[in-house]
Write a protein of this length. Structure first.
Length: 130
């Protein structure tokens, strides 16, 4: 029987345009707000056309020594160049980049997942210290 964990692909984001890349924009301090940017296509841009696009990104946090990951948020990307005039007839795309403002009291691992309508589920991670 297949599990959801088996559905997620990973790779080095410098060689693969589908892996979500996590960047902590400001070093988190216990109880303070940290801004975390998650993007897809950092080194190799993802096409984001009507036929091939990133539909969403989700961000999770698993505290060091914790048993479960917590869902911090999700961003849906809904504009992919489609219009009543046909696919890719207008330049109106939502780029797969999201910034999350989060409070973290413990070190742990940020985990991001994304979904490409053609290539499926992808996962990236980043250790974070507080």
């Amino acid at each position: 029987m297949a599990s959801m964990g088996e559905q997620y692909k990973t790779a080095d984001f410098k060689n693969e345009k589908h892996v979500p890349v996590i960047e902590v924009l400001a070093a988190p301090k216990a109880g303070g707000v940290a801004k975390v940017q998650v993007s897809v296509g950092k080194q190799i841009p993802h096409p984001n056309t009507s036929e091939h696009f990133i539909a969403w990104i989700s961000l999770f946090f698993r505290p060091e020594g914790g048993k479960a990951a917590y869902n911090l948020g999700r961003a849906d990307f809904l504009a992919h160049g489609s219009s009543t005039e046909g696919p890719n007839s207008i330049v109106l795309n939502t780029e797969p980049v999201a910034v999350f403002a989060v409070k973290l009291d413990k070190p742990g691992t940020l985990l991001a997942t994304s979904y490409c309508n053609i290539h499926g589920l992808w996962e990236g991670s980043q250790e974070v210290k507080v």
